[in-house]
Design a binder for this molecule. Sequence first.
Ligand code: IMP
Ligand code: MG
Length: 179
Amino acid sequence: MGDDLEEVLVTAEQIDARLDELAAQIDADYAGKDLLLVGVLRGAVMVMADLSRKLHTQLEMDWMAVSSYGSGTRSSGVVRILKDLDTDIHGRHVLIVEDIIDSGLTLSWLASNLRSRGPASLEIATLLRKPEAKKVDVDVRYVAFDIPPAFVVGYGLDYAEKYRHLPFVGTLAPHVYGG
Ligand code: IMP
Ligand code: MG
């Protein structure tokens, strides 16, 4: 698998240290509130597992799966819910946990969908954010790392469902995706 990767962008140690910082911030922000973490399948599995274990705040977890319609690799912003929440979020303090925000279209749709269900609060935490995400009007409270616009894999993120299990985030070598 070594040949498939070009560069390690974020090491396992950097992720661990940065999630400690975010967890401390989240604990402080949600002190005395009971928190519902909403993970977006499948990419957010790793960050959900590691971030949640660093939190001392009382919390529950739920999961959603969504797919963006659209041609090619760009998302169109039209989103279909493949698996909805099992939890009624009305009156709840909801924190969406995402792996990466690229165009921001998926998350912007998801945030307004969840907001329409009347949560007490709705915020977003993401492991990674690419520069383009800043163009979309979606307010992201917690960002672990801002990264360059390259396609990345590892720590939950896939290329054709592979590489999710890598403990770090890296860029793919061009030969893997036919570049
Ligand atoms: P957006 O609507 O463009 O923000 O799409 C975000 C979704 O596309 C993420 O939740 C990922 O599933 C996927 N995605 C975007 N960039 C990458 C990447 O660099 N590697 C792997 N998946 C990505
Ligand atoms: Mg995702």
